[in-house]
Design a protein around this ligand. Structure first.
Ligand code: OXD
Ligand code: MN
Length: 604
C-alpha cells in the first residue's frame, strides 16, 4: 500500500511501474521486521549468503556479476538540454534521447519481479541540510544497502509531506548487460536513471548520483557545495576540537584518514580523532561566516582489500555487525570473509569473489587475477558501528571547518604537505589535482589523470563553472578554512613509499591544524605555497623502513618536503595544457592568475 499522499511521488511510482511492469510494488517503511524479511528472502534466492552469525552477526555476502564490479565512468551521463552545460569532461546525452533509450531498455524489465519504493534522506531527516529522494528498484540488494547508507523510511515521507519535492531515482537491473548499462543524470529534472547494473556506485542512487552529481548542481544554484570529502574531528590535549574536510580520489585512503588512530605518544598526550564522514561532505556558509559541513550518508561503502587491524582498526570494527560484503572471499572453514591484506596468513579454504574455490598456493600479490577478493570489493557498514564515530555525526548543523585538504596519489613532484597562500590559490591547487587511477572505476589502474578536487567523475555540470562556484563561495565566507595539499604516496627510485601513511598521517594533520591557529606556526614560503620547516613535523617514535635497512629520518622528511622548481615548471605547463585543452573557456580569471604566479615563481 502506498505510504504517502504526495501526488508527485505517487505519479513517479505509477509511471515507473507502468514502464517496468513489476508483478508487485512494495513500499519500504524502514521497519526492522520488513528489512529482516527481505534479508531472509535474499538468502533464500541466493542473492545473499548468510555469514557466521556468532562471529559476524547480521552480516551477509553478495557477489555481483563479473562484468559489474565498479563504477562505469564511460557509461555515466549528464543529460542537460545544452551540451555545453554538462561541460567538457562529462559524458553528455540529449535528455530526450536518454529518456527514450532508457525507457526502451527498462520497458517490461521488472516482469516477474517486485519493485521496491525506497523513501530516503541524505542528511539528518528534518535538518536544514537534508534532501530527500525516492528510489524505485527491483533489487533487494539495493534496498538493503540503501537502508545502511542512507536514512530510510516513513519519516522521510512525512518530512516530504503532501507537496514537497524529492529526487527521482529509477533503477532496473534488467539483465546486467554491460553493453546496455547506463547511469543517467538529469540535473534539470532532479532525476536519475540507472539500468543494467547492480554494483553499488552505479545503483545506490543516494550516493554518487544524488549526493554528488545532482547535489553539486543544486549546490551551485543554491549557494552551497557538495564535495567528495571525508570529514574528521581532532581533539587536542586541552580538549578543544577542530574539524577538517579532505578530498582524495576514490580508493586513495579517505576512509583510512577519516578513522585514523594517532601514534601512541599522541594518544598518551590526549589527541583523539573522530569520524564524521568518509566520502561525501555537504558544506554551507554558517551565520558565523565559517564553512559548516555535514556527512549526508549513514554508512560506509568502503574498499575491503588492504583493510586490517593495523591499517584501519576502526573500519574493520565497523564491519563486525549489520554489514553487507560485496565481492570479497568466503572463508568456508568458519563462514567468515577474507580479502587480500586482512591477515598475513592466507586462509586454506576460500571461495573467491567469482564463486570458485580459491587456491592460496597460486596467490601472487602482483597478479590481481590470483586474488580471492576483487580489488574493488566492498563493505557496506552502518556508521554507528564505528568506534570513533563523532558525537556530531547526527548533528543538524554540522561541524565548522578549520581546514580543507586536497590530495592524490603522486609518485613524485608533490611534497608531503603544503598550504595555499589564500582561498583562491587553494581552489587553484584543487583544480590542478592529478592522481593515479584505482580499481574503483573500470579501466586501467595506475594511470596519472587530472581529477580536480577529486570530483572528475562526480560533478554534475561544467567543470569550469564548478571552479567558478568555488571562487564565489570564497567571497561569501568571512572566515574561510585554510586550504592544504597532501601526498602520502611519494616513492623513491625503487618504488618504495617514502612516507608511512595511515596513523602517522596524524603528524601532518597536527602541522596543518597548527597553521590554522590564530598565531600559526612558521612555514617556508616556496614557489607552490607554504611548506613546513622539517623540524616542525614530529617524527619522534616513528619506526618506518623506507627500504631494506634504511629508516625514515630527518633527511628523508626533508626530501619529501622539497619543492623542485624544474619539476614544478613542467607541472605548470601541464596544468596550462589541461586548462586550455580540456576545461577551456569557463575557468575563472582568478585561477588563470594563480597559474601565472606559479609559472613566474618557478622561473625565479
Ligand atoms: C566510492 C568511489 O565508492 O569513490 O566512494 O568510487
Ligand atoms: Mn568516493
Amino acid at each position: 500500500m502506498a505510504l504517502t499522499k504526495n501526488r508527485k511521488i505517487l505519479e513517479f511510482v505509477e509511471e515507473s511501474a507502468e514502464l517496468a511492469q513489476p508483478d508487485k510494488i512494495v513500499w519500504i517503511d524502514g521497519s526492522e521486521a520488513q528489512i529482516n524479511a527481505l534479508k531472509k528472502e535474499a538468502v533464500k534466492s541466493g542473492e545473499l549468503i548468510k555469514l557466521n552469525q556468532t562471529l559476524l552477526p547480521d552480516c551477509y555476502l553478495h557477489r555481483t556479476k563479473v562484468n559489474d564490479v565498479a563504477r562505469v565512468e564511460d557509461r555515466t551521463f549528464i543529460c542537460t538540454k545544452n551540451k555545453e552545460d554538462a561541460g567538457p569532461i562529462n559524458y553528455w546525452m540529449d535528455p530526450n534521447e536518454a529518456y527514450e533509450l532508457c525507457n526502451e531498455i527498462a520497458r517490461g524489465s521488472m516482469k516477474g519481479r517486485t519493485m521496491y519504493v525506497i523513501p530516503y534522506s541524505m542528511g539528518v531527516v528534518g535538518s536544514s541540510f537534508a534532501k530527500y529522494g525516492i528510489e524505485v528498484t527491483d533489487s533487494i540488494y539495493v534496498v538493503l544497502n540503501m537502508n545502511i547508507m542512507t536514512r530510510v523510511g516513513k519519516d522521510v515521507l512525512t518530512e516530504i509531506g503532501k507537496e514537497g519535492d524529492f529526487i527521482k531515482g529509477f533503477h532496473a537491473k534488467c539483465d546486467v548487460d554491460a553493453d546496455k548499462r547506463y547511469i543517467m543524470h538529469f540535473p534539470e529534472d532532479n532525476t536519475i536513471i540507472s539500468v543494467n547494473s547492480a554494483y553499488g556506485g552505479n545503483v545506490l542512487l543516494g550516493k554518487k548520483c544524488f549526493a554528488l552529481r545532482i547535489a553539486s548542481y543544486l549546490g551551485k544554484n543554491e549557494g552551497w557545495m557538495a564535495e567528495h570529502m571525508l570529514i574528521l574531528g581532532v581533539t587536542f590535549p586541552d580538549k578543544t576540537k577542530k574539524y577538517v574536510a579532505a578530498a582524495f580520489p576514490s580508493a586513495c585512503g579517505k576512509t583510512n584518514l577519516a578513522m585514523l588512530i594517532p601514534p601512541k605518544h599522541y594518544k598518551e598526550a590526549g589527541y583523539e580523532i573522530e569520524t564524521v564522514g568518509d566520502d561525501i561532505a555537504w558544506i554551507r556558509v554558517g551565520e558565523d561566516g565559517r564553512l559548516w559541513a555535514v556527512n549526508p550518508e549513514n554508512g560506509f561503502f568502503g574498499v575491503a582489500p588492504g583493510t586490517n587491524e593495523h591499517s584501519n582498526y576502526n573500519a574493520l570494527q565497523s564491519t563486525k555487525r549489520g554489514t553487507i560484503f560485496t565481492n570479497v572471499a568466503l572463508n568456508t572453514d568458519d563462514m567468515t570473509v577474507w580479502w587480500e591484506g586482512l591477515s598475513k596468513e592466507l586462509p586454506e579454504h576460500c571461495i573467491d569473489w567469482t564463486g570458485k574455490p580459491w587456491n592460496p598456493a597460486k596467490f601472487d600479490k602482483k597478479d590481481k587475477s590470483t586474488c580471492s577478493a576483487h580489488p574493488n570489493s566492498r563493505f557496506t557498514a552502518p556508521a554507528e558501528n564505528c568506534p570513533c564515530i563523532s558525537p556530531e555525526f547526527n548533528s543538524k548543523t554540522g561541524v565548522p571547518l578549520s581546514a580543507i585538504i586536497f590530495g592524490g596519489r603522486r609518485a613524485s613532484t608533490t611534497p608531503l604537505v603544503y598550504q595555499s597562500r589564500d582561498w583562491n590559490h587553494g581552489v587553484f591547487i584543487g583544480s590542478a589535482m592529478s592522481s593515479e587511477t584505482t580499481a574503483a572505476a573500470t579501466g586501467a589502474t595506475g594511470v596519472l589523470r587530472h581529477d580536480p578536487m577529486a570530483m572528475k567523475p562526480f560533478t554534475g555540470y561544467h567543470m569550469g563553472d564548478y571552479f567558478a562556484h568555488w571562487v564565489e563561495m570564497g567571497k561569501k565566507v568571512k572566515n574561510p578554512p585554510k586550504i592544504f595539499n597532501v601526498n602520502w604516496f611519494r616513492t623513491d627510485e625503487k618504488g618504495n613509499f617514502m612516507w608511512p601513511g595511515f596513523g602517522d598521517n596524524m603528524r601532518v594533520l597536527e602541522w596543518i591544524l597548527k597553521r590554522c591557529d590564530e598565531n600559526p606556526i612558521d612555514a617556508v614560503e616556496t614557489a607552490i605555497g607554504y611548506v613546513p620547516n622539517p623540524e616542525d613535523i614530529d617524527i619522534s617514535e616513528l619506526d618506518y623502513e623506507i627500504c631494506k635497512g634504511k629508516k625514515f629520518d630527518k633527511a628523508a622528511l626533508a626530501e619529501i618536503l622539497t619543492v623542485d622548481k624544474e619539476k614544478w615548471a613542467k607541472e605548470a605547463e601541464e596544468i596550462e595544457g589541461y586548462y586550455n585543452g580540456t576545461i577551456g573557456s569557463r575557468i575563472p580569471q582568478e585561477l588563470w592568475d594563480c597559474l601565472e604566479t606559479l609559472k613566474k615563481n618557478c622561473k625565479k
